[in-house]
Design a protein around this ligand. Structure first.
Ligand code: PLP
Length: 447
């Protein structure tokens, strides 16, 4: 059955519930092909993918080498029953590879099919770890405003936006939200805050106070994105995570890094844990582990946590697709590409290049408050007034990222009042200039 563009759009509207898209929306962009950083839709229009799919297309689109690996593995063994009493070659190879790449003592892997499942597993692991060690009172989870942790009930409860909670209540109890690190918005940290050091001091004081309020013996874990993605690419001061780690250690509270966006090269290291020189107890990963070629997630778990989980009858939580052979085979091939093509170093270099382009093309515009980045995670924060940093009022009918896509074919995302870019790590300098030029063309007309 070959359907034309108009018929596909009609059937899409008739039958598909898209997340976040109101039924009244008429526009549909139906993608058919991808190669490198380029995409083509059913009308033959070409796009530049400056969001890397959804923060994940590390190696770019259309790699037939990954398709071949999936094909071969499917022909050999596509799947076989529960992962609790059986294993498979590719899942074992990938787990030992991940244990090598991750900081010590994160030597154990628990597989999921994506990031949301991963966050649920991490929260359950943290509570279960304490339960197994005789501290069942440790049930509280510390999270942060502006956080995004996927769509499960645990992740939605930890999320720092009312959008993920309103209408879905009751949420998971025993979740407490702290202030996010967002150095550009010094007003969040009291009158005196001026430097990144002041921001960290404020946040550490708040953390200590919250732990004292709830009682350290009641807290299982703190969960956080090392750099907050959906919240608008919020990069903490360099000393934030090491100091958080030190406080949590003192109180026996686990640290969970949600690295669904930041892992596998996006920040120029395999994990943001390495970038921030902070080793959490559990790292949740997904997305970039396969560059999106097939769904997969993997939790990297510390020896001490695994030891508690593996006692008695083991960790009582299993999915149909834990350690899927095809997904793990594709992940191995994806990690090979990242390694062989030097994409960690490339993320650092191209990220710096794109940052410099954005800064030089947009920095002077009245609506641009700040350009910030780490590796290939970049954001342009939009303001009504550079001096007061008041956020730019946005018209839902004419959101800047929609206008940019329609007018220039460059795909960027919006996150709160920021435009965010997370391109494939293989982006070229010409493509980086094109992306920055597209933003400038639209933003210089935005007031
Ligand atoms: N955690 C973070 C930080 C994310 O950004 C996302 C997705 O964007 C998730 C979790 C959820 O992952 P998934 O959409 O694969 O379920």
């Amino acid at each position: 059955m070959t359907l034309d563009a108009a018929e596909l759009a009609r059937l899409d509207r008739a039958h598909i519930i898209h997340p976040y898209l109101p039924g009244t929306a008429t526009e549909r962009v139906v993608m058919t092909e991808g190669a490198g950083c380029r995409l083509t839709d059913t009308e033959g229009r070409s796009y530049l993918d400056a969001t890397g799919g959804l923060w994940l297309a590390q190696i770019g689109h259309g790699r037939t080498d990954l398709a071949d690996v999936a094909h071969e593995q499917m022909k050999k063994l596509e799947y076989f029953t529960s992962f609790w009493d059986f294993s498979n070659e590719r899942a074992i190879e990938l787990a030992s590879r991940l244990a090598e790449l991750a900081p010590d003592p994160l030597n154990h892997v628990y597989y999921t099919s994506g990031g949301s499942e991963g966050v649920e597993a991490a929260i359950k692991m943290a509570r279960y770890y304490h339960h197994r060690r005789g501290e069942s009172s440790r049930t509280w989870i510390l999270a942060r405003s502006k956080a995004y942790h996927g769509v499960g009930y645990g992740g939605s409860s930890a999320a720092g936006f009312p959008l993920y909670q309103e209408g879905f209540a009751p949420m998971v109890p025993h979740v407490s939200h702290l202030t996010p690190p967002w150095p550009y918005r010094t007003e969040l940290y009291g009158d005196q805050a001026a430097t990144p050091q002041d921001v960290t001091d404020f946040l550490i004081r708040e953390l200590e106070e919250r732990i004292a309020e709830i009682g350290p013996g009641n807290i299982a874990a703190m969960v956080g994105e090392p750099i907050m993605g959906v919240g608008g690419m919020l990069v903490p001061p360099a000393d934030y995570w090491p100091r958080v780690r030190e406080v949590l250690d003192r109180h026996g509270i686990l640290l969970i890094f949600d690295e669904v966006v930041t892992a596998y090269g996006r920040v120029g290291e395999w994990f943001a844990a390495q970038y921030f020189d902070t080793t959490p107890d559990i790292i949740v990963t997904a997305k970039g582990i396969t560059s999106g070629y097939v769904p997969l997630g993997a939790l990297l778990v510390g020896d001490h946590v695994a030891e508690a989980l593996l006692r008695e009858q083991g960790f009582p939580m299993g999915y149909t697709y834990n350690g899927h052979p095809v997904a793990t085979a594709v992940a191995l091939a994806n990690l090979d590409v990242i390694e062989k093509e030097g994409l960690l170093a490339r993320a650092t270099a191209m990220g710096a290049f794109l940052h410099a382009e954005l800064q030089s093309q947009l920095g002077e515009l009245e609506v641009v408050g700040e350009v910030r980045s780490v590796g290939m995670m970049l954001a342009v924060e939009l303001v009504a007034d550079k001096a007061t940093r008041e956020p730019l009022p946005l018209d839902p009918e004419r959101m800047p990222h929609d206008v940019i896509r329609r007018e220039t074919g460059v795909i960027v995302r919006d996150s709160a009042h920021s435009l965010v870019l997370s391109p494939p790590l293989i982006m070229t300098e010409a493509e980086a200039k094109e992306a920055a030029g597209a933003l400038r063309g639209v933003l210089e007309r935005t007031e």
